[in-house]
Ligand binder design. Structure first.
Ligand code: F6P
Length: 429
């Protein structure tokens, strides 16, 4: 999106008139803003125009809040695929509501947006500090999750019946679009309902969010797979270790795993097309020169090489072909055809990575994201996500977060670093 069109204005339900019950904390002023640009060159245009450069509202507790904590009920929902840290975020929200604001009632809606549709019949859980006390130690989500949208009017009806004032929606692209629809429907009905998104995607592909929770844990876990692949590859004559990692449209897990384990020789991501012929020729050259090779492939890479399907998952994403299996077979076929003996070990740790609990750094990050979301909701902000930008927690309108997917820039610093680590050619087409 062109810089001039960036509008980080956050919707508010009304004026904050109630003194916050929090004490002894540093309150964030509404005029504290985090710069969108980090490079001087980008800022110069704005300085020249004598105008404020684009910036995001800083997250944090406000000294005056919108909702009366003694009267409000809140709700939490987790949607989409699993991701390390989901339970940490749930716990953080519940503890912040109880301890920072003394909110007494928090519902946990079951199985994604299904839990917000009364006729489906999932009863919400009552989340208390005791109920969430130890959940951060386990993977997955204690609320359960599901994919797919539900009717916003039905969901708003459930929320109003239960007198929910703030809904915290933890999820990716589809979840955030759903949250946006709930906020819009509530607005149409003139309801004081705040909807706060906490972006969740192991692929780390939400726009205007530089890092999503669980990503660091995913890279840590992926390293176990690349390590094993390298050990296997080095221990065989013409050994090949092939690892498939998640990353539908953005190859961030693959790219960072390569940087975390610089033994990897080829990194294939959705953002950088390649042809099978060129890739196989490079792989052959590598084996002839070094006798072993490690390949990391993101699930969305090389989709143009396989037959397309029209099938979609419940989130509406087109079901992708399995690039891991495709490459495994293509590599084996190629070396068989040319009479070169290779030993290929294929590792797909995708769901093992997604289901672990968060590592300590991600846990801390989840805690801060949860707190930031609660402070935003209590101050009556709505239709926004809590974001991490230039190393600070910020507020971003949902409309911007879902406007496009964040992707690796093939001309950018990250991809250049990957290339200099793997030694693979920039262009394998
Ligand atoms: O949440 C994102 C993600 O992990 C993608 O990388 C992947 O394509 C998708 O979820 C797979 O999820 P599931 O198998 O649960 O449909």
């Amino acid at each position: 999106m062109p810089d001039n069109d960036l509008d980080f204005t956050i919707a508010r339900l009304g004026e904050c008139r109630i003194p916050s019950p929090m004490s002894g904390v540093r309150f964030t002023r509404d005029d504290e803003r985090v710069l969108y640009h980090a490079q001087l060159g980008d800022l110069k245009a704005w300085i020249g125009k004598n105008a404020d450069p684009p910036s995001m509202e800083a997250a944090g507790p406000r000294d005056k809040i919108f909702f009366d904590p003694s009267k409000i009920t809140c709700g939490i929902v987790t949607c989409g695929g699993l991701c390390p840290g989901l339970n940490d975020v749930i716990r953080s929200i519940v503890l912040s509501l109880y301890h920072h604001y003394r909110v007494k009632k928090v519902y946990g809606f079951r199985y994604g947006y299904e839990g917000l549709v009364k006729r489906i019949g999932h009863k919400p859980l009552e989340l208390t500090p005791d109920a969430v006390n130890r959940i951060h130690a386990i993977g997955g989500t204690v609320l359960g999750s599901s994919r797919g949208p539900q009717d916003p009017a039905e969901m708003v009806k459930t929320l109003t019946d239960l007198k929910v004032g703030i809904l915290f929606a933890i999820g990716g692209d589809g979840t955030l679009r759903g949250a946006q629809k709930i906020a819009e429907e509530a607005g149409r009905q003139g309801l004081a309902l705040s909807v706060i998104g906490i972006p969740k995607t192991i692929d780390n592909d939400v726009s205007y969010v530089q890092k999503t929770f669980g990503f660091e844990t995913a890279v840590t876990e992926a390293k176990r797979a690349t390590y094993a692949a390298n050990v296997e590859a080095e221990s065989a004559r013409n050994g090949i270790g092939l690892v498939k990692l998640m990353g539908r449209d953005s190859g961030f897990i693959a790219a960072y795993s390569v940087l975390a384990d610089s033994q990897v020789n080829f990194c294939l991501v959705p953002e950088v097309p390649f042809t099978l012929e060129r890739f196989l020729a490079e792989l052959q050259q590598r084996l002839e020169g070094r006798g072993h090779a490690v390949i990391v492939v993101a699930e969305g890479a090389g989709q143009d090489l396989m037959a397309k399907t029209a099938e979609c998952d419940a989130s509406g994403n087109i079901k992708y072909g399995d690039i891991g299996i495709y490459l495994r077979d293509a590599i084996k076929d190629h070396f068989k055809r040319i009479g070169m003996e290779v030993t290929l070990k294929y590792i797909d740790p995708s769901y093992m990575i997604r289901s672990v609990s968060a590592n300590p750094h991600d846990s801390a990050f989840c805690l801060l994201m949860g707190h930031g979301a609660v402070h935003a909701g209590m101050s009556g902000r709505t239709n926004m996500v809590i974001s991490f930008w230039n190393h600070q927690l910020t507020h971003v309108p949902i409309s911007l977060a879902v406007s496009q997917r964040r992707k690796i820039d093939p001309e950018g610093v990250l991809w250049s670093s990957v290339l200099s680590s793997t030694g693979q050619p920039k262009d394998m087409r």
